[in-house]
Design a protein around this ligand. Sequence first.
Ligand code: ATP
Ligand code: MG
Length: 483
Amino acid sequence: MGTATRARALAFEAAEHRALESVRSSTAQRPSQARRLAVLAAAAALFAVTFAARLAIKDPDALIANFYVVPIALLAIEFGARAGVLAAALALGLVFAWSALQTIHVSALGYAARGAALLVTGAVVGRFSERLRGDIAARKHVQRHLSLYADQLGGANQHLAQSVERLEAFAEIARAVGGETDLERVLSLILEHGREIVAARSLRVCLPEGEQLAAVPDGGRALVVPLVFRGETLGVLAAIDREDGRAFDEEDEQLLLSVAASAATAIATARSVAAERLRLSIDAAEQARARWARELHDQTLQGLAGARMVLSAGLAREDPDALRHAAETADAHIGVEMRSLRDLITELRPAALDDLGLGPAIESLAKRQAAAAGFTVDMDIQFGGGERPREVEDAIYRIVQEALSNVAKHAGAERATLQVRQLAERVEVTVQDDGRGFAPEGPSEGFGLIGMRERAQLLGGQLSLTSAAGGPTRVTAVLPLPV
Ligand SMILES: Nc1ncnc2c1ncn2[C@@H]1O[C@H](COP(=O)(O)OP(=O)(O)OP(=O)(O)O)[C@@H](O)[C@H]1O
Ligand SMILES: [Mg+2]
């Protein structure tokens, strides 16, 4: 249990305690003093009136004495059974006093009968009243208890609803961190849901590089927590002003720390993805340079060295025929090297793009690659005639180049098809071969597929690849065009 939750549980207990105390003291409360005095006075008056009436009125059957039951009952109702019995004893005393004053002799049976009637009245009415009072008090007690529990339940429900809302917001954040790749979008989702969680007017991420530095407004009540990922502090997360105007409390701080953990994870992940991309493209560039150097060294330089040797040998012989033969051999060597140099230059910078335009450039590229590797290529290239930005043209050229060079290097294909379609808002490029295929999810040392995918993604498009052992292999790139 968190400190905040424990604090809330304690507060709950204290409130319950206080409420129960007040319930207890209210049930133990004495009935109003004024009413008790009034009842006493009324009973005394009734006793006095009845006594006086007996003295004044001729009453041979002593019936007026029956009126003593009225004050007895009154006292019993107000003060209980004991008071009822006392009042009955008092009434009996008055009966004796009346007989003495009137010098009337009453038999023992007469006194006993009267005394029994008065005593039973006082005891029974008093007992009954006591029980009635007890019942009413108990019911009130239960009612208070119930309403107290209802209040507590209401509070707990409200708290539960708030917790569910927070849980939903956290789930949204988790989904954003797991599902979104764009840092800005992830952060804005986290900030939006995080703001709901701590009920702040606004939530800001402050990163040291000034990526989103936002000053906390003066006079605002802010809660600032660090953005920590694996022990490294990346920046801070600030919640500014609670919506209800209260100050942020310890619970808000705990919640904001959880939001900060998600934000820090998203930032760290985005950074490591960017770093990994950069590393891969540097690697790819290094690999390409190494290949060009190898090719220049192993092929062009060796070829030129060979041509030079042939010429030197011819010159040394001083025989015009031999010299001629040497010159012809060197000429052939140099011709081969020039072609391979031209291929290399074309690969470095597709000048054909500028000279011929995209369509003819990729046609000649495909023909060259197919001829070199010994497969046939069927081409279906249709451009809609609309404008294409230079970077889209470059990407199309490079993707076709890499896809066909993979066919040449890995597929062992007899046929390949190249399809390029320009639609109103996108260009679709597909290269398919009937070669041996491969498992695309398997590990690879190469950079060609990564490079193609990155080119497509950099332009807001995507690259898909389908292949399996036994083939066929199909690479499709979809590149959006600016509308
Ligand atoms: N058309 C294809 N047919 C069969 N296998 C393929 C095909 N295209 C790619 N592959 C397999 O996928 C792997 C990865 O290709 P990728 O282009 O990324 O690297 P590479 O061609 O080996 O090296 P690089 O392109 O960096 O010079 C290849 O090594 C190959 O095994
Ligand atoms: Mg490749």
